[in-house]
Design a protein around this ligand. Structure first.
Ligand code: AKB
Length: 332
């Protein structure tokens, strides 16, 4: 059978689990192809290990380490952490909101059981642990405009439930075992590289590609559905900044982070400024619409701004220009 998990009862890992002179050795679970160049730059290629149960796509050129890891296999996870002397773990494996509703048992296994394994391995080996949470951790009874860090969280998706669970478990391990758990609630993340699909905010990723390629886009949310969003570069910077913040600066272990809020109609207006013939039509997906209607419209991230100086760079105009330029350049 598996060995008992040894979590030191009085471990105190926060403040400094490694000397400042030592570079962190970073493990990332879940294939996050837009993340690794930033991490390579920050930590050095040999100090960043990417892992997943799937092979990286053929077109992705990987010169740093990539290994098989199954977060549902605790011994496999522990072996990777020990063999590579990992000190920081970014845990990205998860099923997103819409795809989670289509496969509840898999979402429960990956998002909840997988998280338990990650928490245990992190506590056992004194890792600094980052777990992303989401606007999806709120629900219809949460204040939506704006949504503060601390308020009612009664989400009605398995994704949201699993993320509230992750926030609470991570914070419990922090108070109980001293695990250096850090968590950001991301808004919808917009990146030009394909992001893991199955989300409710995916329309705001797809629209740019379709606008450049076909001059039209069919949106699966209502024109007036307002959701918080962020460009990927801001998301990665926020993540590294909260991971590098001194423990004394953190008044919370789970922070809202935000950049902007917009509706599909407002996004389409902004795209029109660049592509005058652009057309948007609406064909609402009832599952995604119900999810979006229960999520924050405006996200209050003032505590992150106060505690560790969070500041976004990209607002709607910069986002649209950057995304259209990227797809324009790649379609030529
Ligand atoms: C989703 O739409 O499920 C994600 C998220 C906001 O967490 N992009």
């Amino acid at each position: 059978g598996t060995s008992p998990r040894q979590i030191p009862a009085d471990a105190n890992f926060h403040s400094t689990s490694f000397s400042e002179a030592n570079q962190p050795r970073v493990l990332i679970t879940g294939w996050v192809c837009f993340f690794f160049p930033h991490l390579w730059k920050r930590f050095g290629k040999d100090n960043v290990i990417l892992s997943d149960i799937r092979k990286p796509p053929e077109h992705v050129f990987l010169s740093g380490p990539f290994i098989y890891s199954d977060i549902l296999d605790y011994k496999n996870l522990r072996e990777i952490v020990v063999n590579n002397r990992v000190t920081w773990l970014f845990h990205y494996s998860a099923l997103l909101s819409a795809v989670g509703e289509a496969n509840v048992s898999l979402a429960r296994a990956v998002n909840i059981t997988g998280l338990h394994n990650v928490l245990d391995v992190a506590a056992e080996h004194g890792l600094r642990l980052f777990v992303p949470s989401t606007i999806g951790a709120f629900g219809p009874t949460s204040p939506r405009n704006p949504t503060p860090d601390l308020c009612i969280q009664r989400p009605r998706t398995i994704y949201g439930v699993s993320k509230v669970h992750a926030e609470l478990m991570g914070e419990y391990y922090y108070y109980r075992y001293g695990l250096d758990f850090r968590c950001l609630r991301y808004p919808g993340i917009i990146s030009a590289d394909s992001q893991p699909g199955g989300g409710t905010t995916d329309y705001a990723v797809q629209i740019f590609q379709d606008a450049v390629k076909n001059g039209r886009f069919e949106c699966n949310l209502n024109p007036g559905t307002k959701l918080p969003m962020m460009y990927i570069d801001d998301c990665l910077r926020a993540t590294l900044e909260v991971m590098e913040a001194p423990a004394e600066a953190l008044s919370l272990r789970t922070y809202n982070v935000n950049a902007m809020s917009f509706t599909p109609a407002e996004l389409a207006q902004e795209v029109l400024k660049h592509i005058p013939e652009f057309q948007i039509t609406y064909n609402v997906d009832s599952v995604r619409q119900a999810i979006a209607d229960s999520w924050p419209m405006n996200f209050d991230d003032s505590t992150a701004r106060r505690d560790w100086g969070w500041k976004h760079d990209f607002d709607l105009p910069e986002l649209v220009t950057t995304m259209l330029n990227f797809h324009g350049a790649h379609s030529r």
